[in-house]
Design a protein around this ligand. Structure first.
Ligand SMILES: [Mg+2]
Length: 170
């Protein structure tokens, strides 16, 4: 398990999209629009996390309207798409908020997410992530991307915080 002090510090969760919030499949219509499949339980987990005051930001290498729609649906206000190099953007986001590395958590599934891992204090790889990413992660989820991995991350963070309030409360 991740030490409680580490999850308590989290203020920001940065998520990759394809392979993390989805199973990584990209379905294209004849018009070239992307169809993606999201997991309802992930969405509820993210809502609970945001209710706890943790900000959620999406950073995707691709671009699709479906991602904007899903983010809007969940009340995620900041979404960055078409980002080839996630490192500089990640640094900028963290700097803008005056956060340090320990306050940032990220979830990824593939090599373009390595820069996220380099800038976050707690790094999760989904269970079907590339072996390199799994090797770099602090924690590998039991669930696959698009099938509850993000919900699992949310629950780990929330449960840890609840336990902590039980221990330190009046
Ligand atoms: Mg991905």
């Amino acid at each position: 398990m991740i030490p409680r002090e580490k999850t308590e510090a989290i203020q920001l969760l940065i998520l990759d999209v394809d392979g993390v919030l989805t199973d990584g499949q990209i379905i294209l219509t004849e018009q070239g629009e992307e169809i993606k499949s999201f997991y309802a339980k992930d969405g509820h987990g993210l809502r609970m996390l945001m209710d706890e005051g943790i900000e959620v930001i999406l950073i995707s290498g691709r671009r699709s309207k479906a991602v904007d729609c899903r983010a809007k649906d969940l009340g995620i206000r900041e979404v960055h798409q078409g980002i080839r190099d996630k490192g500089p953007l990640c640094k900028k986001i963290i700097h803008q908020r005056g956060l340090n590395k320990k306050q940032v958590c990220c979830v990824g599934d593939d090599l373009p997410d390595i820069p996220l891992f380099e800038n976050a204090g707690i790094c999760f790889a989904v269970s079907d992530a590339s072996p390199v990413l799994k090797g770099l992660a602090d924690y590998v989820t039991k669930h696959k991307g698009g099938y509850g991995a993000v919900r699992e991350v949310c629950e780990i963070i929330l449960e840890s915080r609840q336990n902590s309030s039980l221990h330190t409360g009046p």
